[in-house]
Design a protein around this ligand. Sequence first.
Ligand code: SF4
Ligand code: SF4
Length: 69
Amino acid sequence: MARFRVRVSFPERCKGCGLCVHFCPRKILSVGVRRNRQGYRVVEVTESEKCTGCGVCYLMCPDVVLEVV
Ligand code: SF4
Ligand code: SF4
């Protein structure tokens, strides 16, 4: 079992800006097709088990959408 996991804990805040996608060193995030109530496409985790827990996505997100646990 993976030691770290990234969660899209607050999808309603996501603006689909792609910053977290761009900076994730493992390239396991992507902007998905699902839209939130604001009409923005919400980020998705593709291979959560590859997360190293580096926290870069958490630090980059201006809207504090993601949590690393
Ligand atoms: S914690 Fe690091 S490896 Fe995990 S999703 Fe975020 S940026 Fe990627
Ligand atoms: S989670 Fe944050 S950084 Fe990533 S696309 Fe959504 S708003 Fe942008």
